[in-house]
Design a protein around this ligand. Sequence first.
Ligand code: AP5
Ligand code: MG
Length: 380
Amino acid sequence: MIRIHDKHFVPFLSASQIDSAVAKLAQEIADDVDEEVPIFIGVLNGSFMFVSDLMKHYHKPCELSFIKLSSYQGTTSTGTINELIGLGVEVKNRTVIVIEDIVDTGNTLVVLKKLFEDKEVKALKIATLFFKPEAYIKDIPIDYIGMEIPNKFIVGYGLDYDEQGRNLAEVYQLATENTYNPINSNTMINIVLFGKPGAGKGTQAEFLKDQYNLVHISTGDVFRYNLKNNTELGQQAKAFMDRGDLVPDALTISMLQAEVEKNAGATGFLFDGFPRTIAQAEALDKFLDSKGWGVTATIALEANDEILIQRLLERGKTSGRADDQDESKIRNRYDEYNEKTAPLIEYYTQKDLFYSVNGIGTIEEVTRRLSTIIDDFIDK
Ligand code: AP5
Ligand code: MG
């Protein structure tokens, strides 16, 4: 997986797959062309690599020129296209073969068609390396297609994301929940999101789980679900939770293991609020090890108690969480944290797995800080 600006991209087409498509397309054009010498017109900037390789595979006489248009801003088509650099060659009564790197909506083709018709070309043919049939909304026929691809944003081999990525020899696809698969990078990603009550573990997990395709397990949420449904587990945990005490290890550990087992196909987990004691951390190590996995990193959200207590009291007005309702219960949660959970910092530091970020700032700022760390060990 690679990162360009703020986005992740996964490998989609190898250099050799691209080369075969280019060679096949060059052959098709050559087979069609008779004695007449065509003018190939590359559409810049995206087509520069394709034009270069196409020319190497095209062995008949030809001329070559370029035109520059712009149709994209970011990852979605803006629909507005401007001609930037005009055509410098005479095309009247000539056969023109426009070379596009990609055709999606077809908006660019409409402009090109008009442009060349105005210049009274003898024939206009369109060749594109990539074609997105699901996105194409025009009826201009495309004469030569290297390959049809799904309607997903791609970069590489001349195509950019906000001007970067053109130099990649392969093509990458924008990573989404379903395309980013840590198993393909040979490793499960198991992140322990660590922090005092109210530090933002649950808030951040909502973003990270989508961004990295992780299963989010919040032991607090699972306990609350059981409380609400009055299960045996909920009844056992209730008194501890209401006071702001930790629930006994044995109960918590078996519950956590059951949650992991429920997600057999997962490619990584985001543990939120677990482990909270040394015994839990040891149990987690043993459990993950039994599956051939391990903790990838523990990342703490750092924040000062007084700010966090305010956050929780504020949330307590609407959350219905008994442990958020009064300050003495909240302070008890901090005492529990300091006594039983804080020693985990040393536990994970010794294993060289402990990272921390400043948890104060906007939610987006904190997400960015976390992503920077996660991206770092994904890239390794
Ligand atoms: P649990 O549910 O895990 O509660 P907690 O650790 O006390 O943490 P919170 O969920 O309250 O906070 P959070 O860090 O997730 O922050 P959040 O994103 O919600 O555990 C509850 C209880 O269950 C425990 O006390 C224990 O009894 C039991 N339990 C759970 N796990 C256990 C275990 N492993 N062993 C034993 N017992 C266990 O954010 C908090 C608030 O701040 C929100 O209102 C949010 O909107 C706001 N906020 C978040 N980020 C920001 C920001 N950047 N700026 C401003 N506000 C923000
Ligand atoms: Mg939480």
